[in-house]
Design a protein around this ligand. Structure first.
Ligand code: GRF
Length: 190
């Protein structure tokens, strides 16, 4: 068993989860041991199966109260939690259990364009309407509030006036796949 064992929490398509799993597939010290989702229809579950990584789903009640999620994290000896498109607030028992060991990626330059309800295309649309000339990604530690933990990395990309929301989303996603796995690696090993 490798010393550092990641659980990825994801609610959506899972492109970041795939990038992370591929990056660590032959790593000497770090492995992705579990994929966790609140959404039984999430594309990430199919991807977990294809990658041969165990996955679980759970209800809101189970998540907030602990139960099966907690048991799975303990059974798999999870050392770090990676949020990758996970839409629920992380309950305080997990923040306490994993102090400074939960990380998130946000598809904009926090503290702008973050908080509850700011996810997916809504973020990029708000950024575009703001007239800002750049956007990017923020990788940050997770606390009890949406998108407010200590930032570990921000990377920017330019927005041109002709960029659509889809264009902005594609630029930001490319930055996510390029930087999230490497940032996780240096954070886990630091
Ligand atoms: C990413 O844009 C990430 O920044 C945000 O949720 C999205 C997840 O996308 N937190 P995917 O499911 O990894 O493709």
């Amino acid at each position: 068993m490798k010393p550092f064992r990641l659980a990825i929490f994801a609610s959506g398509s899972g492109s970041n989860a795939v990038a992370i799993c591929k990056y660590f597939s032959r790593h000497a010290q770090i492995e992705v041991a579990l994929i966790v989702s609140n959404n039984e229809q999430a594309g990430v579950l199919q991807k977990a199966q294809e990658l041969g990584i165990e996955s679980i789903t759970f209800s809101k009640k189970e998540f907030v109260e602990g139960g099966s999620v907690d048991t799975a994290l303990q059974e798999k000896k999870i050392t770090h939690i990676i949020l990758a498109g996970f839409l629920w607030l992380v309950p305080s028992f997990l923040i306490t259990r994993y102090p400074n060991k939960i990380i998130n990626i946000h598809p904009a330059l926090l503290p702008k364009f973050g908080g509850k309800g700011m996810y997916g295309a809504r973020v990029h649309e708000t950024v575009r309407n703001s007239g800002d000339k750049e956007t990017g990604i923020t990788i940050h530690l997770v606390n009890e509030h949406f998108d407010e933990g200590k930032p570990l990395l921000q990377v920017t990309c330019p927005i041109s006036p002709s960029d659509s929301v889809v264009d902005i989303a594609a630029k930001v996603q490319a930055l996510e796949h390029q930087h999230y796995p490497k940032t996780i690696e240096s954070w886990v090993l630091s």
